[in-house]
Design a protein around this ligand. Structure first.
Ligand SMILES: Nc1ncnc2c1ncn2[C@@H]1O[C@H](COP(=O)(O)OP(=O)(O)OP(=O)(O)O)[C@@H](O)[C@H]1O
Length: 256
């Protein structure tokens, strides 16, 4: 498979806020979150339940409209005008991987993988799809139905499905949440390979410090704000940072 040379910035969030609820009873899911991710990087998003991880992912992917702030994908600002235009934008630029795989049960591995291309009316590059499926180690299972595969194998098909449109960005929401340790490692290795070999950009929400350690960096959210960042993470440091999220740093405490 031809490697893509990743250049530039894949995603930028500028002071993105998202408020749900009513004016009298607002829920501030995101508060002025700013983030810039270079193309060809693997970023994990972590934080306690309710800290705004899914909201950040949905705003970044154009699935949800921020209350204020700007989102740029590959330098292009997302404008929530017509839903048709936004759907077209997502189909061509963005891939998704979900916790529950979301494969269609009556379609084979091959049909599931090529579905986004057919939905977008794009020609199917059979050689490229085969290459992508070979990376799932499921090249010989293309005629099988999802129910005939393990959870880890199904998730690898879901990643292949996300890769075939050659998106700029892949968003993964707890992709290993439903998997055993070994399958989780295989899925994470595949995501990391998509980044380091194909030049993909992956943003992954996870609760698991071991999963986060596969990423190049971790962004920590607390109460809707990006409060910390860790480059070249290891599981132990990630777990420690999670425990102390939102606490003032020792330097600040000493200076008070
Ligand atoms: N559609 C909605 N309407 C009202 N409140 C919402 C909506 N979606 C999210 N929220 C609220 O926004 C806050 C952030 O939610 P979000 O789902 O982004 O958190 P999270 O970090 O992904 O949580 P978890 O780890 O539990 O999935 C929470 O207080 C949540 O209740």
């Amino acid at each position: 498979m031809a490697d893509r040379h990743a250049t530039g910035e894949a995603l930028r969030l500028v002071e993105v806020s998202k408020t749900y609820g009513t004016q009298a009873n607002p829920v501030h899911a995101l508060r002025r979150a700013s983030l810039a991710l270079p193309a060809g990087t693997f970023t994990a998003v972590m934080g306690p339940s309710g800290s705004g991880k899914s909201t950040l992912l949905h705003c970044a992917a154009g699935l949800d409209e921020p209350t204020s702030g700007r989102v740029l994908v590959d330098g292009t600002e997302l404008v929530h005008g017509s839903e048709t235009a936004m759907t077209k934008f997502r189909r061509s630029r963005i891939g998704f991987v979900f916790q529950q795989f979301n494969l269609l049960p009556t379609l084979t591995v091959w049909q599931n993988t090529t579905l986004p291309l057919r939905l977008a009316g794009q020609k199917i590059d059979t050689g490229f799809v085969r290459d992508v499926l070979d990376r799932t180690w499921l090249g010989d299972r293309v005629d099988h139905l999802p129910a005939e595969l393990s959870g880890g194998q199904q998730q690898r098909v879901a990643i292949a499905r996300a890769l075939v449109t050659r998106p700029n960005l892949i968003f993964a929401d707890e992709p290993t949440g439903a998997l055993d340790t070994r399958s989780a490692r295989e899925v994470l290795a595949m995501l990391a390979e998509a980044v380091h070999t194909l030049g993909q950009t992956v943003v992954m929400v996870t609760h698991d410090p071991v999963a986060a350690a596969f990423a190049d960096s971790v962004v920590f959210l607390a109460d809707g704000q990006i409060v910390d960042r860790l480059d070249r993470p290891d599981a132990k440091t990630v777990a420690e940072r999670l425990t102390h999220l939102g606490e003032p740093s020792p330097a600040v405490a000493v200076g008070e």
